[in-house]
Design a binder for this molecule. Sequence first.
Ligand code: KG4
Ligand code: ZN
Length: 343
Amino acid sequence: MNTLVYSIETSCDETSVAILNDKRKILSHITVNQKDHNKFGGVVPEIASRAHLQILQTIIPKSFEEAKLSINDIDIFCATCGPGLIGGLLVGSMIAKSMAIGTNKPFYPINHLEGHLLSPEFSTTMNFPNLTLLLTGGHTQIYLVKSIGEYKLLGETVDDAIGESFDKVGKLIGLGYPGGPLVEKLAKNGNFEAYDLPHPLEFEKNFNFSFSGIKTAVSLLVKNQIKLNKKIKSNIAASFQKKIIEILIKKTELALEYLRKQKYDIKDMAIVGGVAANKSIKESLKKFSQINNHRLIFPPLELCGDNAAMIAWACLQHHKMGIKPDLEFKPNPRLSIKKIKFS
Ligand code: KG4
Ligand code: ZN
């Protein structure tokens, strides 16, 4: 059977739609990155909701054209129903629900985080159990993924998310928004040993992260500069990125050690989310995983950030596993992944 799914992702500032079949083939995938927020240095929720509504009206018809399909060819519909900004979640889910009602087809609410967790499947077939680092603008979490649908949160940030800290550091050194890719670019020409930034929670034997102290340290560093020239900016970016990598490796090491003691035979290590686009982070984690005889897996670059293809893929898994569709599901800005534990 060839199931076709239509998916909408509107949880933050990317408006994305996708049409996928159950062989993982992407028939259409359109993602629009809303630029209206750049001048504010962060996402403005009200602007995001309005933009989602406007953009969806143009990209939905375009996606059907691209896939050479009509709405009646779709078997199941889905949308991200949390976590995320409630305005965007309402817009996306209401439209997907309306499409499902209009065609008398099922609607599946999808958790955004599950979409990210399953996104490496677009590059490779994932092995389970795996250890996944979910690194985005809103989340920094470390999961034991026992199988599709069974996710155990081992630790997370106690303050800023990793992507948020890249964005804040970017802003402090005068870069645009989002800062992540710009900090990475600048760091290439910098000396990563120029500044010794703090390593919060370094000696805590848990799997939590903290990034706000590093941001404060960078802020003080910036204030103490007489002239913030390109060289200093590059050195700050490189030192910051190096510290972030150190923190990720340290916590991953700790989590692997804990899981080994718990007799889990971890097959893969995965890195997902917008920050997984960062080459230096990926390369360092790859080296680390090889030392530990693990395979590092990650989604293709275009599926690291928020996108509807990963939501569609998660939906197809729900459908395959016999999870019931739920037209009544209310989008929840704080939707927990515990709610999608099926076993
Ligand atoms: O997953 P995502 O698109 O959205 C959320 O679910 O939050 O992640 C967006 C975050 C932003 O904070 C952005 O700065 C960061 O991912 N990001 C990066 C890179 N590309 C995107 N951070 C570091 N290096 C990058 N190359
Ligand atoms: Zn995301």
